[in-house]
Write a protein that binds this ligand. Structure first.
Ligand code: BGC
Length: 396
């Protein structure tokens, strides 16, 4: 399969711009037995359609994964640390798990990759969830206890930390899990108590990391789609975006970066609800194929927290056609560069995802630059891996 258009048709990015790949812990590692998601997935009558199971066995195959990212030319890589492995029982830190993540960080550094780690990506230890989860009174204290235990990992060469992946999605997870909302219809209103809790945990974690690991760049990654009013509808910024993502963006004030995670646009009607665009091409996740969403998203982020440098910590497309992936990313990068030309301070781009992985209940959507055989775990690079890697400084 050929990948057109080629990198020649892409704008160039400034020297020092971060080019990375991204992957999450629970979606790739496999057998995260002590997590709340594992528990939910394996309950009789679970709402989770397909289990994560062995995932793509990245807990063991991480050297191969890092080889693929570094071999393609990337200099940055984002991956997750799984709290439920590090603290499988309340107060019991697994030194072996900490050591595992320390080796992954060292392995990345040895391959010339600057590690960005995500401390929380949707999953928590079952004991934490069973005790009330993020709204428990001791949530900050319990999370910081985990963060403190990661000192050997962070000191092994981590460059950037994303404290929490998509706190605004975390704040709607209970509604999604209960089947009360479907993301394809727009983002439900985040739970207010969860919103406050996520912001509290983030601020406390930034403070702790700055005190103990002053060299780290710390931020969090918010799910920001390009929300636009339906023709004829009012501006949606205050009504729709403010509670759904902007409140989380504002909480990044003073951080080293704000992570932006964009996949599509949302058209919001006069009644404040998302409207499907008639006849629009859809991706495997049912989201509109709309490459320019990335530029629209970072422009809005800059209007909300202009003083905080933006890093695109996730962007990609679920498609079975790799040529389409190249087309999507090409359009997105053009829109990103145009926003930068207009003054938006964007410092890097991490592609979601390096490998096909478990998509929160489904194995169907394929976001990867690399395909994975779910029986043998064999990794097969798609042409888009070399194509995107060729833009990274490591390839030049
Ligand atoms: C999440 C990823 C997910 C991706 C595509 C983001 O919301 O952080 O875990 O796989 O979007 O749905």
């Amino acid at each position: 399969m050929t990948s057109e258009p080629t990198s020649e048709s892409l704008p160039s990015f400034p020297p020092g711009f971060l080019w990375g790949t991204a992957i999450g812990a629970h979606q790739s590692e496999g057998n995260n037995l002590a997590s709340d998601w594992w528990f939910a997935e394996n309950q009789p009558g679970s709402r989770v359609a397909e289990r994560s199971g062995d995932a793509i066995d990245s807990y063991h195959r991480w050297p191969e994964d890092l080889d693929l990212a570094a071999g393609a030319g990337f200099l940055d890589h984002r991956f997750g640390i799984e709290w439920s492995r590090v603290e499988p029982a309340d107060g019991r830190i697994s030194l072996a798990a900490v050591d595992h993540y320390r080796r992954v960080v060292e392995g990345a550094v040895a391959r010339g990759l600057r590690p960005m780690v995500t401390l929380h990506h949707f999953t928590v230890p079952l004991w934490f969830a069973a005790g009330g989860g993020w709204t428990r009174e001791d949530a900050v204290e319990r999370f910081l206890h985990y963060v403190d235990a990661l000192a050997p990992v962070l000191d092994a060469g981590v460059v950037r930390v994303e404290t929490i992946n998509e706190p605004n999605i975390v704040a709607v997870l209970p509604q999604l899990a209960a089947g009360q909302a479907d993301l394809a219809d727009g983002l439900p209103l985040p739970d207010e108590a969860l919103t406050r809790a996520m912001i509290r945990v983030h601020r406390a974690t930034v403070g702790r990391l700055r005190a103990r690991h002053p060299g780290l760049d710390v931020g969090w990654g918010v799910s920001v789609q390009d929300y636009q009013p339906e023709p004829g509808a009012e501006d949606v910024t205050e009504t729709y975006c403010e509670p759904r993502d902007q409140v989380f963006l504002r909480a990044a004030e003073g951080d080293d970066f704000i992570g932006v995670q964009t996949y599509t646009r949302g058209r919001i009607g006069a009644d404040g609800r998302a409207v499907r665009v008639a006849g629009a091409q859809l991706t495997q996740t049912g989201w509109e194929f709309y490459p320019a969403a990335l530029g629209g998203a970072v422009r809005r982020v800059a209007r909300v927290v202009g003083g905080v440098p933006i890093v695109v910590t996730e962007h990609g497309v679920a498609t079975a056609d790799d040529t389409e992936r190249v087309r999507y990313v090409t359009g997105a990068l053009r829109s990103l560069r145009a926003a930068m030309d207009d003054g938006v301070d964007v410092r890097g781009y991490f592609h979601w995802s390096l490998l096909d992985n478990w998509e929160w209940g489904h194995w169907g959507p394929t976001f990867g630059l690399v395909a994975v055989d779910r029986t043998t775990f064999a990794r097969t690079p798609r042409p888009s891996l070399a194509w995107l890697g060729a833009l990274a400084p490591g390839a030049r």
